[in-house]
Write a protein that binds this ligand. Structure first.
Ligand code: AMP
Ligand code: MG
Length: 327
């Protein structure tokens, strides 16, 4: 089975083709174009969607060419139907809808968060993990139970990715800024106390954001170091409680922030204490990409037919814990 997956929830427009044989998936191609806002600014939804519309023909043709696949050989097309920015989501949906109606290929709307998890499982071999999804759009701790991914902790305000990006933008860098913050943080070991807010098993980052902005004038490297140590420890506390509650023996980190080495270091220590196997999504596939959408399309096609064209909606606030998993 060959599936073309289309991702366009936020900054990235990506097309990928995966071939599924039995339970195994092989990524044949994964082409991405990333919208970069001007330094110090965040994603402008209209500008990002314009970027996606302009780049979609080239990304699609490069994806087919690299995979060595003709459109007529595709068994299905899947697209990220949400959650995400409306104008951006609509570009991916239009491309999927057009290909589906013109070439008569079944089409599958896919939940973007589910894509991060399933691709992470496929690439690492994790079977039944407690999952930490940390990205620009999500900060969630999840475990699978009774046909749904259940939430065991999440952010009450901004996500971990937003926290890092907003600090980076405040310091004048271009978004996304996670890698830059990691690099600056690694040059300091000078901890400045910052607000640490865990409520129940949820985290809140907005106070930490304001307080970090206030200490930047004292030294950017120390501010980045203190920010990472505080935010990652909060996440670590919530993960540890969820691990101990669920008793899971596997733990998987996915999403763009999973690329951060210090975060993995903290989480690995926690897993060791709980005798739990640690998995992290490979850096190349931890952030948004077409592969995550393609793989979920293939998994869903084993149990469901595609949707009618009139049901190829986008849903900006489509929570993962409302999705029933049939495969
Ligand atoms: P996604 O929405 O899954 O594409 O993830 C994007 C987010 O990952 C952005 O907020 C980035 O700043 C963040 N990110 C990427 N690389 C790193 C890193 N090395 N450390 C921390 N955050 C990162
Ligand atoms: Mg994402």
């Amino acid at each position: 089975m060959l599936c073309l997956g289309i991702e366009s929830t936020a900054h990235t427009f990506s097309c990928a083709i995966i071939e599924k044989k039995g339970k195994n998936g092989k990524i044949l191609s994964d082409i991405r174009k990333i919208y970069r806002p001007p330094e110090g600014e965040g994603i402008h939804p209209r500008e990002a969607s314009r970027h996606h519309a302009e780049n979609s023909p080239q990304v699609l043709s490069e994806c087919l060419e690299k995979a060595g696949v003709k459109i007529t050989e595709l068994d299905l097309v899947s697209y990220a139907a949400g959650p995400g920015l409306g104008p951006c989501l609509r570009i991916g949906a239009v491309v999927a809808r057009s290909l589906s109606s013109y070439y008569d290929i079944p089409v599958y709307p896919v939940n973007h968060a589910l894509g991060h998890i399933e691709l992470g499982k496929m690439l690492t071999g994790a079977k039944d993990p407690l999952v930490l999804l940390v990205s620009g759009g999500h900060t969630m701790i999840l475990a699978f139970l009774g046909k749904k991914w259940r939430v065991f902790g999440e952010t009450l305000d901004i996500t971990l990715g937003q926290l890092l990006d907003q600090i980076g933008r405040h310091a004048g860098f271009a978004s996304p800024c996670g890698t830059k913050i990691e690099e600056l943080a690694s040059k300091s070991s000078n901890y400045e106390p910052l607000p640490y807010v865990v409520k129940g098993n949820d985290v809140s980052f907005s106070g930490l954001l304001s307080a970090t902005k206030r200490i930047i004038p004292k030294g950017l490297e120390a501010a980045c170091f203190s920010l990472q140590e505080t935010a990652f420890s909060m996440i670590g506390e919530a993960v540890e409680r969820a691990l101990s509650f669920t008793g899971k023996k596997e733990f998987l980190v996915v999403g763009g922030v999973a690329a951060n080495k210090r975060l993995s270091e903290i989480l690995q220590l926690i897993c060791k204490r709980h005798n739990c196997k640690f998995f992290v999504s490979p850096k190349e596939y931890s952030g948004d990409c077409g592969s995550q959408i393609s793989w979920v399309g293939l998994l869903e096609s084993s149990k469901k037919t595609g949707v009618k064209l009139e049901n190829t909606f986008v849903r900006q606030s489509w929570r993962l814990d409302t999705v029933e998993i049939l495969y």
